[in-house]
Design a protein around this ligand. Sequence first.
Ligand code: MN
Ligand code: MN
Length: 265
Amino acid sequence: VIFGAPFDSTASYRPGARFGSAAIRHESYGLETYSPYLDRDLEDISVFDSGDIELPMGSSEMALDAISERTAEILMDGKLPFMLGGEHLVTLGTFREVYKKYPKVQIFHFDAHTDLRDNYLGVSLSHACVMRRCHDIVGDGQIHQFGIRSGERAEWTFAREGHTDLHPFTLDDVNSVIKSIAPGTPVYLTVDLDILDPSVFPGTGTPEAGGVTFEELRKALICVCRGLNVVGCDVTELAPTLDASGVSTAVACKIIRELLLALNS
Ligand code: MN
Ligand code: MN
């Protein structure tokens, strides 16, 4: 079950991710439903788009509560929540409900940024802190981070002390980490699209040079969906108005199509 979380109140640099889910929904009509990569078609699988949640701007707590509420409904129905951001803080709203249902859940985190700050300018509920808040919930060694290439020194130290399982700069280690996970372990997949190089995906609030290609990300995500028991998923940080060409939105749509098809196989 897809839903949108159009929220960007804590964007630390350029806002606009609140328009992400609506842009993805609108531009998705320009994308083929058939994936030649997977030889599967969206018309062959069951996906329900439950629309965007109406979120209050200005209260992160209330927004996260609303996201948790929608997630809980989807989980109660035995479905897989698939959230479209929004900025990355929205992950906390979904993840904490997934954790209630699956206390052994591990996180696969694709991002340019560690998102491990304890607070950002005194604010603990910020997209720059979202993985740290998830770590508060799951504890050490349960968050696997890939493609990371930015963050303050304290965040890198926190990760390198073993609080998270950090695999910086590339996606080279994704397969070996997948193989190390016990079969059946529930996994939450969170994709911050700024993991992509800004030449591929400029439409995001905090672009970071040195990112991965579309093909590298697509292949890694397919491996995650096929090799692990994914029980929840989100794709965040598309800020469509920051890329007047529309290419970033098209890239997001294609990643989401591949994820939906791979999760249904
Ligand atoms: Mn992020
Ligand atoms: Mn990021």
